[in-house]
Write a protein that binds this ligand. Sequence first.
Ligand code: PDD
Length: 281
Amino acid sequence: MASIAYVNGAYHPLRDASVNIEDRGYQFGDGIYEVLYTYRGAPVDAELHLNRLTRNLQAIELPSPMSTAALLTVIRQVLRLNRISTGLVYIQVTRGVAQRDHPFPAPPPRPSLVITARRKAEPPDDISTWTTTAITLPDERWGSCDIKSINLLPNVLARQAAKRAGAYEAILYDKQDNVTEGAASSVWIVNRDGVLLTRALDRHILPGCTRAALIETLTVPILEASFSLDDLRAAREIFLTSATSFVKPVTRLDGAPVGNGAPGMVATALFEQYIRRIKAL
Ligand code: PDD
């Protein structure tokens, strides 16, 4: 069965689904996106993701292409047409099609909306099969990383550098040597004193929906504060969170083991808590 994509009001087989070459997403990266996981037909943290989408549209002065309720209907329809119950949904909104010129086109074109879905494995049961590796790199992104912009060139280059080094994620740090986030994930540590830390929300990180969902339901104390590259290197535990990785321990950083090289107690507790939450949807 061919995959089906939603593109600007119609459902097309993926091979025929296309956008105009003058789409401002293609020309300028003038758009935003969302990625969410759906478990057995239930979109996970849907409200958080769709609220962030709305906030991001406002941030780049783009009118919503449709209401949140209508968006959820299209998401369910894309899943249904693709016969996907557990997978990923990708949503992209751009400023639409106009002759190439940097300022916003006037009158504004209709925003372009694309929604696709891809089958994914069920959440893992065992954290020991769900570990990863990372390298550290300077954060070379722009000043508004709180916007989930489709301009992902620095993230792409960072992930490629990680891959070349035989790792998966690139953990980024700012000019003060404080950790910002991963190229496509939020970063958490349990520091050498046993304190659970993740950077406070600011313009230099994406407000992760998985991060927010976890913090809301945490039963252990958390400090939302900056931590340095040295803290990262000395951490007992490092783990990543995102819609696609849930809670994923980093067991090697820049080639060296993190802690004893196995998933830590805090990561394991949060992993179990998050997976339980997904499965209860
Ligand atoms: N990435 N930080 C960045 C830079 C991200 O790209 C992501 C998600 C996150 C975690 O956010 P959330 O918990 O809402 O998924 C943090 C998605 C999965 C992606 O680009 O594929």
